[in-house]
Design a protein. Sequence first.
Length: 501
Amino acid sequence: MTRRLENRYEPVIGLEVHCQLQTRSKAFSPDSAAFGGEPNTHVDPISLGHPGTLPVLNRQMVAYTLRMGLATHCRIAPRSVMARKHYFYPDLPKGYQISQFDQPICTDGFVEIMLEPEGDGEPVVKRIGITRIHMEEDAGKSLHDQDPYHTLLDYNRCGVPLIEIVSEPDLRSAREAYLYVQKIRQIVRYLGICDGNMEEGSLRCDANVSVRPRGQQAFGTKTEIKNMNSFRNVERAIEFEIARQIALLEAGEAVVQETRLWDANRMETRPMRSKEEAHDYRYFPDPDLVDIVVTEAELDEIRAALPEMPEQRRRRYMEDYGLPAYDAGVLTEERGVADYFEAALSALFKRTGGGDTRAQAKAVSNVVMTDVLRVLNERGLDAEALPVDPERLAGLVFLRLEDQISSTGAQDLFAAMLEDDRAPEVIARDRNLLQVSDAGALGPVVDQVLAGNPKQVQQYLEGKESVIGYFIGQVMRSFEGSPDPRLVRRLLQEKLEAARS
């Protein structure tokens, strides 16, 4: 589809993001909520809906939901209600899901996403409204590929606590939707309430997509897209659905309101069922659960325990440490990496006892963004599990700032520290990585190199001063150890200029 045709229409997108909360027990029963057990091993009479059982609300689920509501600037309802949402599907043994409907716990919030700049412009911050955040329990899982003749059911996930985050229809492109889901994942991971793993289903996203002619105020007919199990698939599915709806309108056909599945193999959406309305679910307050009352004292306690959020941290790194916006953004993307950076920087400050704190911050940032993040990505580790702890990383950076090791030596030292838990100074000494800064020791090697290369010496004396790089390389290779390249350059220049005179 041509760009000109796409520009005639405006997409309108709203997302519903489900986050599985990291509580030990389920939403309304004491059974384990852990991921990864054998099928139907984390079940009990309550989650299976046996007659006569009564649900008991998990207080940790409420606390985690309030944490998310406060972090996203929501209004917290002093009283909210759990409701029964009725639908009949094999993976829902009770025949209804305990959720929230007309009285959710969190409403009217927002998050901000950073849109990529056009050309050389500055990034644009866009605010995306949050209609509501509500609590609910998860359903089980239907397994269609485990048996050639039957669909199998795993009820481990039944009753696992979820929050559903419903955005306003403020997103205007598939890319914005991608950035929004990434922002939600970042927030829940910072808060420690969800691991944000889309592949395992602990973070799931449904998209409501419509298009309308540009300038039109009324929304077009929307479709809901399900089964998007990665950030890239969220973007791809929405891009496909936008193009599909535009093609229908251009052909004079109507968009049908329905739920569609994303087929990642065929890279297309396909019909699943007609889209339900709220009345189809026959919501009513759950008679087995009392209203949820939140006091100001409880909110104050949760608010005081919130971590510094990524936007605040990013601004502080730029203002206090003078880091570029790019560095600050990379370092604060994951809370564990930001914590690691700050711990290493604090340890470095203790070693130096002062000096240029901004230069020190940049030096730590460089190592974290290159060596540390590379190893974390290659090994699939969190920062807490890195074999090089922040104290030892500070020791490496200190050696580099003091010119005791070269940039290449610092990379070799970091690689060695991954397998050797001794102090970096000890490893550097044993591996002969410490730079030699003794002019008396380097002088004879410099004389030897100049004497052995009269042709290059003559070239230098005749004005080809770039040949000094050749001499530096020869000295570095001839000396047993790691000479300070700046000292080597100075000694060579002094002797060559003396010869010129």
